[in-house]
Design a protein around this ligand. Structure first.
Ligand SMILES: [Zn+2]
Length: 387
């Protein structure tokens, strides 16, 4: 952190888990559905309807809106967990990666670095072929999916602002037999591997029924865990599972604003940190664009879960706010395959939220009380920008 007369300069933020197209359903899933039983799975039905409708042009346009808002909020790096690949019905486009290319281009145009995490998806669940919108996500074979990863790697090989990784969607959508192969493929090439892990109890029950293993146990057994593995959510872990992630030096990417919107539950942040898992955060569903809220949500959720305050200690005497900023910037960039946060952002010292805050507590106030409107270059809530 560096203080100037007008600003607090801080490492740029990183949002390591995004589905940019879901920005297109903002405001559309906040009323009771016809079944009256609203949960993650009914939300997913609404999301699938949007996924069914996407075209190369619309995914590009929606992604630009999503990324522009992220950029204005202080984010410079996004991990895009990209799973809409094919035409409605599942036939590939003539240019197989046209949708991934549209998303990458949107990030470039809006001034973000991007890790395009090409999702591998195969089924609706154990023994069930893909259904409905899932056909757009699915590949007939693992070879076909990995050929697309190879095509993307070749296309963006010279681009400093693009990383390509591979993302087995979840234990629900990827058969166990593919997991080891994906891990080997990624390890040989030094690629990041991102995966939804233990977001919903139903996923864990299905995994136990199919394999006799919980999701993290299965990933450990198949050699998927490692320093380049990012477990997204890690919400419903058994007490011994954080240690499996920590021993592998894996990342856990928490998405507090989406997880609360979807009613996912609260992860055991204390256990993940104690085990040595590296934490980062992601916007995920774009229900709200507030990386400050995602960052502090890591610790505030832990307060709700444990009934305690100030639950997070930084390494080497770092304050909780310093530790959270590290989670929100450097760790997220690393989870996307970048060495550093890619520059700095400036927070306006004359922001109303910082009035009366002592200089030595500025970062605490920025992290626990700040919002995207404090970031220089973001649209001011009223009146002209400060510069
Ligand atoms: Zn996700």
């Amino acid at each position: 952190m560096r203080l100037t007369e007008r600003a607090i300069e801080l490492p740029a933020l990183a949002s390591a888990h995004s589905h940019a197209f879901q920005r297109g359903m903002r405001g559309e899933a906040q009323r009771p559905g016809p079944s009256g039983a609203d949960d993650f799975w009914s939300w997913r039905s609404a999301m699938y309807a949007l996924a069914e409708s996407l075209t190369p042009e619309s995914i590009h346009a929606i992604s630009k809106v999503a990324y522009r808002e992220l950029r204005a909020a202080g984010v410079r790096t996004v991990g895009e967990f990209h799973y809409v690949h094919h035409q409605p019905g599942g036939a590939p486009y003539a240019d197989r990666t046209v949708l991934a290319d549209a998303v990458i281009e949107a990030a470039r145009e809006e001034g973000l670095r991007i890790a395009l995490l090409r999702v591998v998806y195969a089924r609706a669940g154990a023994g069930r072929a893909p259904e409905g919108a899932q056909r757009r996500f699915s590949d007939a074979s693992l070879d076909a999916a990995l050929a697309d990863v190879e095509a993307l790697r070749a296309r963006y090989a010279g681009r400093e602002d693009v990383r390509v990784g591979v993302a087995p969607h979840s234990v629900r959508a990827v058969p166990p037999a593919w997991l080891g192969e994906i891990a080997r493929y990624a390890a040989e090439r030094g690629l990041m591997v991102h995966m939804h892990v233990a977001e919903q109890p139903a996923e864990i029950e299905a995994c136990l029924a199919e394999t006799g293993r919980r999701p993290v146990e299965l990933l450990a057994e198949r050699g998927v865990l490692g320093e380049r593995f990012v477990a997204v959510h890690a919400t419903h872990l058994a007490p011994h599972e954080p240690a499996l992630l920590g021993a592998a030096r894996a990342f856990a990417c928490l998405c507090p604003t989406t997880e609360r919107d979807l009613g996912d539950g609260l992860p055991d942040v204390g256990a993940l940190r104690a085990a040595g898992a590296r934490l980062c955060v992601g916007i995920d569903s774009h229900v709200i664009t507030d990386p400050f809220e995602d960052m502090r949500g890591v610790e505030l959720g832990e307060r709700l879960r444990t009934g305690r305050r100030v639950t997070l200690r930084g390494e080497g005497g770092a304050t909780p706010a310093e530790a959270l900023w590290e989670i929100g910037s450097q760790r997220g960039a690393e989870a996307c395959g970048f060495a550093d946060p890619g520059g700095s952002i400036s927070v306006r010292r004359d922001a109303p939220a910082l009035a009366m805050v002592r200089e030595e507590r500025l970062l605490d106030a920025v992290v626990y009380s700040g919002s995207p409107s404090m970031v220089e270059g973001s649209p001011a809530p009223s009146g002209p920008p400060a510069h």
